[in-house]
Design a protein around this ligand. Sequence first.
Ligand code: URA
Length: 194
Amino acid sequence: MQDMSNTQHQLDQIKVDILKKNVCPDLAKTAQQLVMGAGDPDANIMFIGEAPGKKEDETGLPFVGAAGKFLDEMLASVGMHRDQVFITSIVKYRPPNNRDPKPEEKAAFLPYLLQQIAIIQPTVIVPLGRHGMEYFLPGVRISDIHGQLQEIEFEGRTLKVMPLYHPAAALYNGSMRQTLKDDFLKLTQLLEAA
Ligand code: URA
């Protein structure tokens, strides 16, 4: 059992660090604020998206737009709420016009994502889409391994990773939407078994 308040304090410190080091100054100029992530600092599941969008940039909260509503729906379908998990993204500033994050932006934010993982120590990492996945599972396509549990070595321990399609990609694609829901069910079954 981790000390919650201490865990939250450590997470807050990451934001202070990013601001101090002026990470991705160009993005910092066009974005309104950092979107660090939200949820239970002691969560078993950690979702990793791509980058904040417009709504996230306005509110400072992850996944609060249309894709986030779908994520909330999927959590609700298995009796869960976003407060019970931790949700973040690889890049923590909104890219202008929601363009894809650049490789150098993902690289600049990676150390901070790894710090979040080291602090939260989730049972399973759930990348949402390829940008959240590529560091953990380089060279693989999400269409080949979505919904399949992978195990990787991370800081001297085995880390479970289950990539899912990004909810934004699945929003208006009926078959991908169903696949994502099916994968979500597998994720919760895995956690029950753990
Ligand atoms: N897409 C993401 O990857 N992250 C968000 O916070 C919102 C949309």
